[in-house]
Design a protein around this ligand. Structure first.
Ligand code: ADP
Ligand code: MG
Length: 258
């Protein structure tokens, strides 16, 4: 069973410390929600997990089944089974959704078996159609250029389709903090629910309790000022919905020294 373990993680961007000693463990089969005010480092955490070069880990560990992830480049982490659904997916004009996914899938297969000849186009079309049906997507979607002119909801769908195709062991979903309508929330939630199971551990970053009406996390964590300060069950998200973050700020904000 796959386990992601994050111990005392410190991460800086351009010399500024953003994560200040973060601890978290995610096991396959578990859905964890990370909530917290803007600017607390939620996206920084997801980039650090994937190995974004601009995010410098100055202290601490990221382990996957005991293996040191910090030694690995982003593509190596991906091939081990890590997946990040971006908060702001990038458009790639000229590359269709289908081509992109087949290339990514073949890279994954070759990582597992260097002799793999790649999935045949016919077989790939069949599995892609099945996944699109599961996610209630129009098949024409596969022929469009990746994220090029996509609506917010379509971008989210494309990310979930990518996740369904690559079948990661640990998926990090970084939600957009504003502007996701209820349909887009449902797309993300239905996708995660359809894919989650004993083999997949999920970390859902969300600003909104609403998403958790559809995705049922086992654990909810509150992030504040670069650390996870509270962890509990889904009731914690309900408390945030009722009371906001003021009590978190009062409890954990560092006093301003004059
Ligand atoms: P969240 O996702 O919780 O809103 P972020 O991880 O995006 O928070 O940002 C945390 C802090 O790091 C913020 O103060 C933000 O301004 C800063 N930050 C994020 N990305 C960069 C970057 N590429 N360069 C400089 N500062 C950044
Ligand atoms: Mg963010």
């Amino acid at each position: 069973m796959s386990t992601l373990t994050i111990k005392n993680l410190h991460v800086s961007i351009e010399g500024k410390e953003i994560l200040k000693g973060l601890n978290l463990e995610i096991k396959a089969g578990e859905i964890h929600a990370i909530m917290g005010p803007n600017g607390t480092g939620k996206s920084t955490l997801s980039y650090a997990i994937m190995g974004h070069p601009a995010y410098e880990v100055t202290e601490g560990e990221i382990l996957f089944d005991g293996q040191d992830m910090l030694e690995l480049a982003t593509d190596e982490r991906s091939r081990l089974g890590f997946f990040l659904a971006f908060q702001y997916p990038v458009a790639i004009p000229g590359v269709t959704v289908a081509n992109f996914l087949r290339t990514a899938l073949n890279a994954r297969r070759r990582a597992e078996n260097p002799d793999d000849k790649g999935i045949s186009i016919l077989e790939f079309r069949k599995t892609l159609k099945a996944k699109m049906d599961m996610l209630k997507m129009d098949h024409a979607f596969a022929g469009r250029y990746l994220n090029d002119g996509f609506s917010g909801g379509e971008k989210k769908r494309a990310e979930i389709l990518q996740m369904a195709t690559l079948k990661p062991k640990i998926a990090v979903l970084d939600e957009t903090d504003s502007g996701l309508d209820i349909d887009a929330l449902r797309i993300v939630a239905d996708g995660v629910n359809a894919l989650s199971g004993d083999d997949l551990g999920v970390m859902v970053i969300t600003h909104y309790q609403r998403l958790l009406d559809y995705i049922k996390p086992k654990f909810v964590h509150i992030m504040f000022d670069g650390r996870i300060v509270e962890s509990a069950g889904p009731e914690l998200a309900l408390r945030l919905e009722e009371q906001g973050y003021d009590w978190v700020r009062e409890k954990y904000a560092e006093p301003i020294v004059a």
